[in-house]
Design a protein around this ligand. Structure first.
Ligand SMILES: [Zn+2]
Length: 412
């Protein structure tokens, strides 16, 4: 038996979204309605009632982890999500290439994004050539899109209780990292960051990429700003706990990162951009292919949350209709629902009226041979409130895998 979980980010809404109805309620969704008629609906509090979820904490909860126990910040998941090797105990940072000017020995930030340079990959090698062995620490840096990247520190006696070197403004010096707690590990980590920052400037300032940018009158990427220190939590992969092979199809790095932390392989799907332009049919085709190789597949679709943050209720409704037509239309054309358990939900509610995540529960749909059907025949928040699954908190992945008879028994 196979399992597929599809999460539409920020799917849930409020009756204030579109004149007395949510975007999902107003949307024309014949494929989802057909699944609702075959399966069962319920409402999920992504973390627990009244907790306003972030996308990372809600996904941890959906995967069966308790975010109050394991969550340490988004940095580790971002680093994992861009393909870095990150182990439990590593300290991760988000990094920006920036432009600085040296004045009286200080490095003054003049552009926090170095003109959104495109040559991060060319500069990556120079950064990774920096020697920190005198400080007893290993590190790895990876450039991602534009000026962005991530840094992972590995070694004994490190701490994430350190302040950012990113001053978050221009015209001021790169900030000195400081210990945020009274510990030798925090002081030592701050010293390492300050040494790394200086050495990064030394290798970047005369780099051929930056000489070329100077000739083109573009701001050089001659410094790295670090922020959001987070230690990688020790998580038991769900693939290990349930004895399954799992994979993930997603555009956004954060979701790929949570999936990797949970033991899933991240599949490369051209056109899966993680925004409103994403190729939903390509994602569905990739999902159908992957289901022959994996027991469990997690598909993340970011669009509804983007439209919600843009406070554009019509765009959210339109994107939900695209999910129904392009994603589910393609998926259901090739899916044998007698051999697959499917779950569709959101990771939280994002009402376009507020443009922010809210704690309201989200609708959940389960479908497959082991699911007891209920009387619902429409997929929406309102229908989900009358669904046979009732209301529960998170843990979609454990429920889905249990319907497929994967996983250990608790007790005798
Ligand atoms: Zn989200």
């Amino acid at each position: 038996m196979k399992a597929i979980l599809i999460i539409a980010d920020g799917l849930g809404g409020r009756p204030t979204d579109l004149g007395g109805a949510t975007c999902l309620e107003r949307a024309h969704t014949p494929n989802l309605d057909r699944l609702a008629a075959q399966g069962a609906l319920g409402l999920m509090d992504p973390i627990r009632p009244g907790v306003r979820p972030g996308s990372d904490t809600s996904h941890l909860s959906i995967f069966g982890y308790d975010p109050f126990q394991v969550y340490t910040g988004r940095g580790a998941f971002e680093a994992l999500g861009i393909g870095m090797e990150v182990r439990g105990g590593d300290v991760c940072f988000r990094a920006n290439f920036a432009t600085v000017e040296e004045r009286d020995g200080e490095l003054i930030v003049v552009d926090r994004r170095a003109g959104r340079l495109a040559e991060g990959k060319e500069l990556e090698g120079a950064i990774n050539g920096i020697d920190l062995s005198d400080l007893g620490v290993e590190f790895s840096f990876r450039a991602s899109t534009e000026h962005r990247g991530a840094l992972v520190l590995r070694g004994e006696d490190l701490s994430a209780a350190v302040s950012d070197t990113d001053p978050h403004e221009t015209g001021v010096p790169i900030a000195q990292a400081r210990a945020l707690e009274e510990s030798q590990a925090a002081r030592r980590t701050a010293e390492i960051l300050n040494a790394f920052t200086r050495r990064a400037y030394e290798v970047l300032k005369g780099h051929p990429v930056n000489r070329r940018r100077a000739e083109q009158e573009k701001p050089p990427g001659n410094a790295l700003l670090l922020r959001g220190a987070a230690v990688m939590p020790h998580l038991t992969p769900v693939t290990e706990e349930y004895g399954v092979r799992g994979a993930c199809i997603a555009g956004g790095a954060l979701y790929k990162g949570v999936a990797r932390a949970a033991g899933l392989e991240v599949l490369v799907v051209p056109g899966a951009t993680g925004d409103l332009k994403t190729d939903l049919a390509a994602k569905a085709k990739a999902a159908l292919d992957a289901l022959s190789d994996y027991d469990f597949l997690f598909v993340h679709i970011k669009g509804p949350d983007n439209a919600s943050h843009d406070r554009d209720a019509e765009a959210k409704k339109g994107f939900i209709e695209r999910i129904d037509r392009e994603f589910f239309g393609t998926l259901l054309g090739g899916l044998d629902l007698s051999r697959v358990h499917l779950c569709f939900s959101g990771d939280h509610t994002t009402p376009p009226a507020t443009g922010e995540h809210t704690a309201d529960p989200v609708p959940v749909l389960f479908c497959g041979p082991a699911i007891r059907p209920d009387r619902t025949d429409r997929f929406s928040e309102r229908a989900a409130g009358e669904g046979g699954l009732g209301r529960f908190s998170g843990r979609l992945v454990p429920q889905l895998l249990s319907y497929c008879d994967f996983g250990p028994k608790f007790g005798a």
